[in-house]
Design a protein around this ligand. Sequence first.
Ligand SMILES: Cc1cc2nc3c(=O)[nH]c(=O)nc-3n(C[C@H](O)[C@H](O)[C@H](O)COP(=O)(O)OP(=O)(O)OC[C@H]3O[C@@H](n4cnc5c(N)ncnc54)[C@H](O)[C@@H]3O)c2cc1C
Length: 389
Amino acid sequence: MSENYRAIVIGLGAMGSSTVYQLSKRGVKTLGIDQFSPPHTLGSTHGDTRITRKGIGEGVQYTPLSLRSYEIIEALEAETSSDLLQKTGGLIICSTPDSMARHTEAFFQNTVDAAKKYDIKHDILNAQEIKKRFPQFNVSDQEIGYYEYEAGIMRPERIVERQLQLAKKHGAEIHTDEKLIDFNETKDGITIRTDKNTYRCDSLVLSLGPWLNQMVSKKSFESIFKVYRQVLYWFDIAANFKDFSPPQFPIFIWELKGDKNGMYGFPAVDGPDGGFKLAFEQYDKPCETSSVDREVSRDEIESMFDLYVAPHFPGAKNKCVRSAICLYTVTPDGAFVIDRLPDSNNVLVCSPCSGHGFKHSPAIGECMTDLILTGESKIDLTSFKLDRF
Ligand SMILES: Cc1cc2nc3c(=O)[nH]c(=O)nc-3n(C[C@H](O)[C@H](O)[C@H](O)COP(=O)(O)OP(=O)(O)OC[C@H]3O[C@@H](n4cnc5c(N)ncnc54)[C@H](O)[C@@H]3O)c2cc1C
């Protein structure tokens, strides 16, 4: 006889760990399963830091998720005595405020609109003001900035770890190194088959990160998700290390004029030898989880320094102290998918969120729990439905 659960969550990265944590906190009999032992470095939730901000430029639908996530993470910090969120301040630099696109059109203007609507403390800075406040950034005269005081850094690995620890404490079962093979929904419930066992549940959450396509393609929306290899770089600092550390140095998102990728990055948070992390977004060629090149080449490092680091950060040193590969899973409109599978009442899909989901993941876990327990969530998720495609 296979064991019965009220809910099973497959995939325990950002989305799945927050969902099992929230379910278990409400006393729901929950099983969480992952093919590896999260946090790990093979999916989308590693690399030490993620940008978080309150005024969300990707669209009006996101700011409520972000605001709620701040609350959840601050409570989690208190409960676990951990540093999970650091408000370093955040600087968005652009040269075309009306049209700066990032994950969506009008990113800069949307950010300013959200900040005004939700009373989020911010300043609009001209190039002279940016240079005065943040001389580390070599901005050009026509660029302008949005500075948000409470933007900052979230710690992805620690957050996953703490949520899974608390989920266990609240009674959830966590199975690692166990892989979902298939599932089948009938009117009597859902049967899950893994490489180790068979289970039954009333509700199933698939938060499979970049592996999502492989599992659901047979069932439905094969062509929606594309996986892209992203490279994270940590460069050494030639200038005074303190100038590249919080609070002197904020997280940043920089629209680079004439460059479709833009750049984003973080202050140095790992001591004088840890470097500061930056990256640009790459959408040239989709890849597969099984065959993606997980090495960063010397050519990639050299071109990152020449094209992105040196022209914009004169205080950086031409020495890459660390690099990593991480995977984006992107929908055609750059938005999320949080919905039931077509023709299913109880199988929910939570996508890896198109390269901007981590900051929202604590609230997404709470929304998934609401959907399972009550059929609706307090935060409006209608823009993340599958039928928009
Ligand atoms: C380079 C990079 C930078 C980013 N920067 C930011 C940022 O600054 N701010 C921000 O908000 N967001 C950012 N994101 C996005 C954010 O990190 C992701 O939205 C989020 O981490 C996705 O989490 P996930 O749980 O969906 O995926 P994952 O963490 O990949 O988790 C999926 C899990 O499912 C498991 N799994 C898959 N298939 C199976 C199976 N068959 N059986 C069992 N388990 C399975 C996997 O092992 C994995 O642990 C960034 C992403 C990347 C890659």
